[in-house]
Design a protein around this ligand. Sequence first.
Ligand SMILES: NC(=O)c1ccc[n+]([C@@H]2O[C@H](COP(=O)([O-])OP(=O)(O)OC[C@H]3O[C@@H](n4cnc5c(N)ncnc54)[C@H](O)[C@@H]3O)[C@@H](O)[C@H]2O)c1
Length: 347
Amino acid sequence: MGVLKVKTASGEYEVLIEKGAADVVGSRLRTVGDGGKAAIITDDNVMPLYLDRINENIKKAGFETYVYVLPHGESSKNGCEYLKILEFLAQSELDRHDNVIALGGGVVGDIAGYAAATYLRGIGFIQIPTTLLSMTDSSVGGKTAIDLKAGKNLAGAFWQPKFVAIDTDFLKTLPESEIKNGLGEILKYAVISGGGILRMLEDGFGKHVSEIVEASVNVKRRIVEADEKESGLRRILNFGHTPAHAAEKLSGYSLSHGVCVAAGVNVMLRASVRKAGCPACDAERIAALSRKYALPVSFAYSPGELAAASVNDKKSQGGFINLVLAEKIGSVFSEKVPLTELEEYFR
Ligand SMILES: NC(=O)c1ccc[n+]([C@@H]2O[C@H](COP(=O)([O-])OP(=O)(O)OC[C@H]3O[C@@H](n4cnc5c(N)ncnc54)[C@H](O)[C@@H]3O)[C@@H](O)[C@H]2O)c1
């Protein structure tokens, strides 16, 4: 089993990565705390697929379990569901030694994590991600959140899990569209780190699933260890995200995040060729890889529309926005750009 240790200022935890990792959750839980209860938060798609297996495993390890099921999808990541989860934890009489377990994709992980971060001012939290995006991105790094009417992820907390169990077997039931969603973020890791992820993607995702997941988590691990709360280096994880967020917003959130990130990665690579000396062959290499996985290399929106939609991006401040550019594959940096020049970057 691949085991990565994430060491941040607020704690150290392990990420277990392997087919079958879900079957050690109960025994692992024993080693990370002394509570007797575990609340499993999941959604109504994941519940019929994996809940029994996880629930039995945790009960066998001697825990009393409680289960809360959300309707699937982003629309559940709201304040109303969040409060319902808090009431559920209170009614189940979880105390500060007990744990919340997120079994699902990024939606479940984000809302369950925020509930764990705030219930009794913070109780233990375990991530069992079940989508490619949550395995490679959202389950590691400690960002938890819910959406507000004014925008996505506007209320949240940094709250690191006690451990993360990534069972790549769960991907067997994931719809193709959700695999593509995760591949958009993996493409971003390929640009940030170059090397192994890129070569494995070129060889074929299906041949290297666990290794690609592990390599992606390893990139994220390195970055969040250096900058847990996004005061500097962590910004590079936003490569491709500024135009992606703009396109998601313009589509009324009907376009999937990962697919927009893939287009954003390509747009920012072409901008890097013009503005940061990135070799054109690097941008072409990523464009070829995108096409191999039927991911877009551009947006249906004009540069002007994308720039206008970025003006209220939460990462913009005082007329400037931090954009991430690439000197080449494997070397990216963040640069402060005036909002008035943004359109030029999205050409
Ligand atoms: N916290 C972070 O650092 C971070 C990073 C990136 C994204 N996010 C958040 O993650 C969320 C998106 O996460 P997501 O892409 O995992 O979406 P998701 O959680 O909505 O899951 C996608 C769909 O797949 C279904 N599903 C999950 N696992 C399955 C499986 N194994 N088999 C079959 N169906 C399955 C779900 O029910 C859902 O319908 C967004 O809210 C985003 O803001 C958070």
